[in-house]
Design a protein around this ligand. Sequence first.
Ligand code: ATP
Length: 595
Amino acid sequence: MKYSILADLFERIENTTKRIEMTALLVELFKKTPSDVVDLVVYLTQGKLRPDYEGVELGLGEKLVMRAITLASGGSLKDIENMYKKLGDLGLVAERVLATPKTGSILSFLGIDESSRELTVKRVYNTLLKIAKASGEGAQDAKISLLTGLLKDASPKEAKYIVRTIIGKLRLGIADMTILDALAIAYGGLKSYREYIERVYNIHPDLGYIAKVLATEGLDGLRKIKITVGVPLQPMLAERLNDPTEILSKMNGECLAEFKYDGERMQIHKNGDKILLFSRRLENITNHYPDVCEVARKHIKAKEAIVEGEGVAINPDTGEMLPFQELMHRRRKYGVKEAMEKYPVTIFLFDCLYVDGEDFTVKPLPERRRKLEEIVETGEGIQLAEAKFIKDLKNLELFFEEAITEGCEGIMCKSIGPQSIYQMGARGWLWIKYKRDYRGEMTDTVDLVVVGAFHGRGRRAGTYGALLMAAYNPETDTFQTVCKVGSGFTDEDLEKLPEILKPYIIPHKHPRVESKMDADVWLVPAVVLEVIGAELTLSPLHTCAYGAIREDAGLAIRFPRFTGRYRFDKSPEQATTITELIEMFKGQRKKHLKG
Ligand code: ATP
């Protein structure tokens, strides 16, 4: 099959504005594509060489591509750079310069057409693949020479699309779903066919492969495609509701509620000792998380398994969960090791899709959860998502507040009925997310009293990892806990802390302290520190103003941070009172309602 057919089609697609026309053009293309290259045609149409999850990177640097265009056209690099500056599209540059007859070569002097070799889809594809895979010493030169060879034989239009493909800017905007539609029409024609193809796509999201099987073996071939370890499945997605009563009624009165962790979704594939991690978008993210691979290898007690969870960055000194942004340090090629030490990740597993030959996606959630519990040995760095069976509103709300206090985004309510299968690639009501839809900023700092402390780990061994902080209740003359603060301390602070707190250490909780938490070290309420947080929340874990807003919860500060100010000028009784905190909480709510 000639590559020019593809280039012509790309041009027509570029001029199309309606999805329906685009689909028709693709159908036309597939109908004239021989079955042995249909996979290559699909990939090239998507501007890629392999499905995303295989991580084959096409993107050749623009500088190298400009050199190849220079060599293929016989022009000067300077001219090409200038033209690129003007046109802003290297594809157009290639098209222009290759449209002008080459000067200077003997063949052109003799009037002989140099580009007599017609490009085929196979040749273009194979050359691009070779370019993508070339590595090691001399790889750059090899890439340039491969591309030059291709461009020399290309028509101007072909060169335009080859260049755009190689720099990762084909951008035809063809969604996977459009290709699925076109495949169904080209090879089947029935709507049911389309649904079936999509189902297969959900367990094997490789459109080239699906096209090839369809073209060569038909629907029967597709039936043979099963879940495969190493090939990611399309993730199940949740609907969203903000009214817990509505959530419970959608769930027929009962559900499994889980913490909704604020990290990165990971689909873990285990095959013996081999581990692969895929992101929510099914990219291969294995190299970003060697620590998750390690715990998965050791703690998943099955030979073959596909499980799913959320990876969360943890403060190694305090064990607290860090906001999602901290994971950005992992999304890079170099320095992963350093990032791993600074921001270790714990994976919180919430689903189990496949274990040793058995497909669990078709089983109801309670069965999947049981299997997960059976095959995962939890330990440092690997946990199961905190979960609770919920049957009433009160417990749903309490669990939600608990999740928020622990640094989570909210909760996931999941159906536990007989129909509660893992719906790949679908957003449905079997899972409902219940998130905070507002972020009341805590604009004011508060002055809190240190009433307890927790030993540090890692870099903070020998000093404290976090301090238990309390507000003052003048009515009862007690100190009621409101947060555990571990952030905001400099190395110098950390060094000084044991010394500062030492005089106040006592063997048990101070009688004026009200706490539901067990600290490693108890202190006489004396030292006052200034703290700021993201917002105030309700929490069953803290005693501050317990019962004042809601019967079974106190107030807590989310993501608290020490500002650096020791309030030695304040006595503990001059610390922020619970009444002030109640007012702050109410103000926050009002702001939310107004917004
Ligand atoms: P979506 O993934 O639904 O398109 P999104 O990317 O904006 O939306 P969220 O709205 O935050 O994500 O909610 C869904 C995500 O929550 C999941 O994709 C997953 O990464 C994460 N998550 C955290 N904890 C859980 C859990 N216990 N069960 C399922 N998903 C969870």
